[in-house]
Structure formats: C-alpha cells, structure tokens
Design a binder for this molecule. Structure first.
Ligand code: DI6
Ligand code: FE
Length: 425
C-alpha cells in the first residue's frame, strides 16, 4: 500500500456513495453462530452494507452498480479493530528491554523511575504535530493489516496540557488517515515524579481537572486507568470513574495485570466497557464481568514481552459466558507490538484461544469493547462497510502464520483504501 500524503484529508470522492458489489467471495460475517457464506455477495451504498449473503439472494432490482468486484473465491471478513493501544508517545524503551533481558523486572524498573515515567519526558518534548508524525508509521502498520478502527489512549504526559495534546494528536490522526479512532483518557496511568507518593493529589490536581478539560474540548470518548500496586488503588480509580460518570463517559480499566486488586470487579461495578489484561483475574470474578457485560480484553503482547507466567483464566471466562477480545496494547514498554495478526497468533498459542475466539476477538468483541458493535465489527445490513479481502484458503491462516500479511484489499466506510497489485480497484 502506498504511503498517503501526510496531511491528506479524506473526503468522499465524487460518486463514492453509489452502489458497489463484491461477488464470488467466501464470507465470514463474524455474527455469533453464523456459518460462512460460500459464493457470497456483499453490496454497499453510501458507506453502509445493504446486502450480505448468497449471491443468489441478491435483490433483483439492484440499482445501477457503480463498480463490481469478483473476489475470485477469496475470504471476505469484517475489518479488524484494535481496541486497546497506547499508539501515541515519544521516544522508545529499548534500553529497558535490555535491562529486563539482564534480569530486572518491570516493577523494579518502574519503582526505579523507569517504565511509563521514562516515556513521559520524551512525550512532553513533542508538539501535537510531532506526536502525530511519530505515531503515523505505527498507525500505517496497523492499517496495512486492514484495520478499520483503533482505540488510542493518553497517559504518557501526566500533565493537563500534555495529556490534552496526546488526544488532540489522536483526533488529528483520524483526519489524515481513512480509519476510525476512538480515544481514552488515561492520565491515571502513572504518577509523575513531582507527585511521588501523592496519588490523591495527582488525581485532584491533574487527572480530574484534565478530564473535564478534555471532555469540554470533545477529545475523550472513554476513561481508563491503571489499577495496580505500582499505579493506582481501586479507591483512587473509583474517584476518576465517579468523575467519568458525572460527565456521562464510559469507563474501562487496566486490571489484574500483575496482581489481583479486584480492579475488574470495580470496573464491572461501573458497567465498564472492558477490563483489560486480566492475567491475575480470579476465576470467580469472570462471572462478575459476564454479568456486567464488561468485555475481557486480553493483551498477549504484554504477557509475552514481560515473560509473564500467570495465564488469564480463559476457561473461567468461557464458562461464565464473558465476551473475550484481543488487542495489541501497542506501547513502548510492555508491548511494542503493531500487528493484530501477531496478536491473534499469541492469543491462540500462549492463551489457548480457538481460531474463532481470536477472529471474534479482533472484530465483533473488539467492537463491543469500544461500544461500537451497532456500527461495525460484523458484516450485517446497516453497519459500516468496513471489510477486508484475504488471499487465504482458510480463516485459520490469519491466526496460524507468524509475521505474514495476506491482505488483498481493504474497504473502510465503503471506501477502497488499499488493494494488492492484482485487485481490480
Ligand atoms: N500496563 C501496561 O502494560 C502498560 N500500561 C499499563 O497500564 C505499560 C506502559 C509502559 O510501560 O509504557
Ligand atoms: Fe495498556
């Protein structure tokens, strides 16, 4: 896929809303329980799906088709969604990677002033345009795998203006790339050195006033926090969530990553969209997430990078009927990963998820984790025309391969934004 002009604005082209038809596809709609559609067809108009099903079932009176694409038997799936990323930040943490290889733990590095705080200096040195510029290659890498929607968090500035700049950069990215971006306020990610040992003051002085400012500027779609011994307690997170609730914003939480502080239970109590990481989630708390409709977002990139030994309780989550999503957690410290294909491979190989769970985890369940399931995440009439065509024989190839991208064509909001050389785009 070619690089877009960095400042290109995406406006619909003339006639882009006219009907377009894809035929001869094997379609996986990712609707729960739906079977694949052999010799399937998908009709789109004005950026939405107007038919998906067997070609034989196409409405006879399909008005003038602007373009028709023969998929040649390729698989057609909903575009992937990355529902948990820290894509915007300055610098990198390769040095800490070496320290961990030499035996230092993530917590030792964080307590010694490394970790998130070390990314803070590099991030606060950048302007909004520079934050956009440094995040673009990471976003383009995700888009190259056909991704339609990316969640991006603040959390590497830890000052009001710096956190606002991070979300301003996230909003800017959506203007210059054909992708849907949703933002999360994560000022409660770590406490800056000036507030060391004074989490409560940091929440009063920065996290809550900054959240109000972000909301007033239309920068924030949800509120997140890091509930952990090296970060914030459940009671401290509750103060932030109370403010989110007062502002009418949904919440989510980094919970039970390194220990069991009952963060997931706290999040479920607030009707959180998701609880994320969950390696140390107690089996009995899986039912709490399921009952609250809080999606369990598993992040194998962080588990792998930290060489964590504690596996998330996948069996208990399944038995409780909890929704399970997968995401890259793309961040400079614990998951320098920008591939959902690789994430699915890790979800299967490390966590024991099935192929179906992995594919649902980066489509339907990832959309649910962002509160976007009514708009995208599955191929259904009335939803956004966000889909991808793959040069594969079986969907399992998207989970099985390591470091290989068989994307043939990406369609986002009805717009063809990438196609392999052979595609008739
Ligand atoms: N958990 C994580 O793994 C990341 N944030 C969080 O709450 C770590 C972010 C970093 O180390 O930069
Ligand atoms: Fe994270």
């Amino acid at each position: 896929m070619g690089r877009w002009n960095a400042m290109q604005k995406f406006q619909p082209k003339e006639g882009e809303g006219a009907p377009r038809l894809w035929t001869g596809a094997r379609i996986a709609t990712l609707v729960k329980g739906a079977l694949p559609i052999e010799n399937g067809a998908l009709l789109i108009e004005d950026g939405q799906i107007t038919y998906v099903g067997p070609e034989a079932g196409l409405p006879a009176n399909v008005s003038a088709i602007r373009e028709r694409f023969d998929c040649g038997g390729r698989w057609l799936l909903p575009s992937f969604i990355d529902c948990h990323t820290h894509l915007i930040y300055g610098g990198n943490r390769a040095m800490e990677f070496e320290m961990r290889l030499a035996g230092a733990t993530y917590e030792e590095i964080a307590r010694a002033g490394g970790g998130i705080v070390s990314s803070v200096t590099a991030t606060n040195a950048l302007s909004v345009d520079q934050l956009v510029k440094t995040a673009l290659p990471r976003l383009d890498t995700l888009i190259a795998e056909g991704i339609s929607t990316v969640e991006i968090k603040s959390g590497y500035a830890l000052t009001i203006e710096g956190e606002l700049n991070m979300l301003r950069a996230a909003r800017q990215l959506e203007k210059i790339r054909p992708v849907r971006i949703v933002t999360s306020w994560l000022a409660a990610h770590a406490t800056p050195p000036a507030y060391k040992g004074r989490n409560g003051d940091y929440i009063s002085d920065i996290v809550i006033p900054g959240l109000r400012a972000a909301h007033a500027e239309g920068l924030v779609d949800a509120v997140d926090g890091f509930c952990e011994g090296i970060a914030f307690s459940p009671a401290e997170i509750a103060r932030v969530f109370d403010e989110a609730r007062a502002l009418g914003l949904p919440v989510k939480l980094h919970a039970e990553q390194l220990s069991d502080l009952k963060g997931a239970k706290l999040a479920a109590g607030y009707g959180a969209l998701s609880a994320d990481h969950l390696e140390y989630l107690a089996d009995e708390d899986a039912a709490v997430l399921a009952a609250a409709g809080t999606v369990a977002v598993l992040l194998p990139g962080a588990f792998y990078t930290l060489r964590e030994k504690q596996l998330p309780p996948v069996k208990a989550l399944r038995q409780a009927g909890a929704s399970i999503a997968l995401a890259t957690d793309s961040n400079p410290g614990t998951s320098p990963l920008t591939s959902l294909l690789m994430t699915m491979n890790m979800g299967a190989t490390l966590f024991g998820l099935t192929v179906e769970e992995c594919l649902a985890g980066v489509t339907r369940e990832a959309a649910r984790a962002l509160g976007l399931l009514s708009e995208t995440g599955t191929l259904e009439i009335g939803k956004a025309a966000d889909f991808t065509l793959w040069d594969i024989e079986r969907p399992a190839e998207l989970v099985y391969r390591i470091g290989f991208n068989p994307l043939f064509q990406r369609v986002w909001n009805g717009r063809i934004t990438s196609a392999s050389a052979g595609a008739s785009a």
